[in-house]
Design a protein around this ligand. Structure first.
Ligand SMILES: *[C@@H]1O[C@H](CO)[C@@H](O)[C@H](O)[C@H]1NC(C)=O
Ligand SMILES: *[C@@H]1O[C@H](CO)[C@@H](O)[C@H](O)[C@H]1NC(C)=O
Ligand SMILES: *[C@@H]1O[C@H](CO)[C@@H](O)[C@H](O)[C@H]1NC(C)=O
Length: 538
């Protein structure tokens, strides 16, 4: 009976990252939640759609509107179907989806994997197939699936329960004639526990196209906008390794009309999200946005970066308490440099070519364009950067053909503690507060055809991260020492292939331990573009 042994691939279940055509670049559009919460209705959506068309946002790429929680009636119909609230949506949802289509736009919707939505409306638990088919029949092509009111069935941990439900949804959505784009909120329910979070993040790229990974951005008049933006920005910097074409980390909405945000803060929000290739979903009252706000949201050069086919997420090169420096590559070979001044005053910094993984050979000259001002500069050694408080600059750097080689370069940090892997001059390795010194910036180069990488600090190009004869973490000559080969796993583990152990941050020092799933000490963030090893520890 060999015919019964079907492999999962033959069952037609395809992971989203193996099928990036469902969403080849991050979504752009509007969602009502952060601005209006439950006060949504048909007029808000039709007025917003008109405004997106007339103010040029559709032309800029913002082509979808997404209904969030509270769009439905409190009870299902007798046959179990969900029904829209007809006071809020007098013409119904299919009419609204048609309205969007006739304006060149698309409509998305919200549900919940639990018994009730976060707002107390009927959840989809037990009705997954029925609800998915209803949404598809209404002309909806995008589902944001929240995770309120989920309880684990007996014999399962809570994180296993979320996996069962979200993978079930993936199967249901994939089986539709046209699979719905699937926005997963599951990881947001685990972001306060590093090891649970890593395990949940491990599977979300296989089931959906984007994931809301941490806290909701602050709602209108709900608190300090900049603090909330920085909070979500920080969470996103921990997740670089998960993103690839077909799956995008979602640090939540753009909030350009949040009261109190300065011009620089709004620009920074957009520049950082674009550098991440994050979803660009506006939660604001678009008809009343200023022309200046619309111009920020329509910046063509930054949208090109956001929608770049490689979908790399800019990763931290260095962090010193004032400046965050981030970098990534783009599909045409260009390099991106993004610098944010988090401090309270105007300040200056320099970023060397080596920190961007670029060659500084004497004949290498790079043309760099500031993507907000359009200004071009030629650079052959250091970038000199001066930024006002909370301002961000993004340079797109073209590489001459003879200097086109790049090496993933940047911080290697234990993401739960935020501490940086630091090379000492005595060959030892420690975890220290990040200070942006050369001993905390690492070249992470691929070696050979396998999945091995080596880690070499900029402070001493002759040594590499290694495991010593007594199993201790050390720095050894890069050439010839077998113990300098590491594998980076999607869960954040750095496994030494010879010692068969994982890098760990234990009480301030670096060490090697047996690799285990549930250890916050073994989870690391690396530069973007680092090759990942197949498989995981689960
Ligand atoms: C629709 O919602 C908007 C935003 O909450 C509100 O200002 C408006 O009064 C509502 N319109 C109707 C017809 O309910
Ligand atoms: C959630 O719904 C399921 C299925 O209808 C039911 O068995 C369970 O008791 C509900 N749980 C709670 C806490 O309401
Ligand atoms: C995080 O979750 C793991 C696995 O579910 C558990 O073993 C660990 O105790 C939790 N850690 C904290 C700090 O709660």
């Amino acid at each position: 009976m060999a015919g019964l042994l079907m492999s999962p691939l033959l069952l037609g279940v395809q992971a989203s990252i193996q099928n990036p055509e469902v969403l080849p670049t991050p979504p752009m559009g509007f969602n009502n939640w952060a601005r209006f919460m439950c006060d949504l209705n048909e007029t808000l959506f039709t007025d917003t759609a008109q405004s997106m068309v007339s103010r040029g946002l559709l032309d800029a790429g913002y082509d979808r509107l997404i209904l969030d929680d509270c769009w439905m009636r409190k009870e299902r119909a007798a046959d179990g179907s969900l029904e829209a609230d007809t006071v809020k949506f007098p013409h119904g949802i299919p009419w609204l989806a048609d309205y969007m289509k006739s304006n060149g736009l698309k409509l998305g919707i919200y549900e919940d994997a639990g018994n009730l939505t976060c707002g107390g409306y009927p959840g989809s638990y037990g009705y997954e197939k029925q609800d998915a088919e209803l949404f598809a029949s209404w002309g909806i092509d995008y589902l944001k699936l929240d995770g309120c009111n989920v309880w684990a069935e007996e014999g399962r941990s809570l994180r296993e329960e979320y996996r069962v439900r979200y993978s079930g949804w993936h199967d249901v959505l994939s089986a539709l004639p046209t699979p719905l784009i699937f926005s997963e909120s599951a990881p947001a329910y685990f972001s306060d526990n590093a090891s649970d979070w890593a395990v949940v993040m491990d599977w979300v790229p296989s089931y959906g196209e984007l994931a809301r990974h941490s806290t909701d951005v602050v709602v209108y008049e709900g608190g300090d906008g900049w603090d909330s933006i920085m909070n979500n920005y920080d969470f996103n910097t921990l997740l670089v390794r998960y993103q690839q074409p077909g799956y995008y980390n979602d640090p939540d909405f753009l909030i350009p009309d949040h009261p109190g945000l300065t011009k620089d803060e709004k620009q920074s929000h957009f520049s950082l999200w674009a550098s991440f290739s994050a979803p660009l979903i506006i939660s604001a009252y678009i008809p009343d946005l200023s022309d200046e706000d619309i111009a920020v949201l329509s910046n063509k050069a930054l949208i090109e970066v956001d929608q770049d086919a490689l979908a790399q997420q800019a990763a931290l090169v260095s962090r010193d308490g004032t400046f965050d420096v981030l970098s990534r590559s783009l599909s045409n070979g260009d390099r991106l440099l993004t610098v944010l001044n988090r401090g309270a005053a105007t300040a200056t910094t320099t970023v060397s070519l080596a920190r961007l993984g670029l060659s500084s050979e004497s004949d290498c000259q790079y043309a760099a364009r500031d993507l907000v001002t359009g200004e071009e500069v030629n650079v052959d050694s250091d970038f000199e950067i001066k930024l006002d408080s909370h301002a961000t600059v993004v340079y797109r750097i073209a590489l001459p053909e003879s200097c086109a080689k790049t090496i993933p370069t940047g911080m290697v940090f234990n993401t739960p503690s935020g501490l940086c892997l630091t090379a000492s001059t005595d060959q030892s390795v420690t975890f220290e507060k990040c200070s942006a010194s050369d001993s905390q910036v690492w070249n992470v180069a691929a070696t050979g055809d396998g999945s091995d990488v080596t880690l070499r600090p900029l402070s001493d190009a002759t040594v590499c991260l290694a495991v010593g004869d007594n199993g201790e973490l050390s720095l050894a000559q890069c050439e010839g020492a077998a113990s300098t080969a590491w594998e980076h796993l999607v869960t954040g583990h750095l496994r030494n292939t010879l010692a068969d152990g994982c890098l760990a941050r234990n009480s301030g020092n670096g060490g090697i331990e047996s690799c285990v799933v549930d250890s916050a000490a073994q989870i690391f963030g690396l530069p973007s573009g680092v090759r990942l090893a197949e498989g995981d520890l689960n």
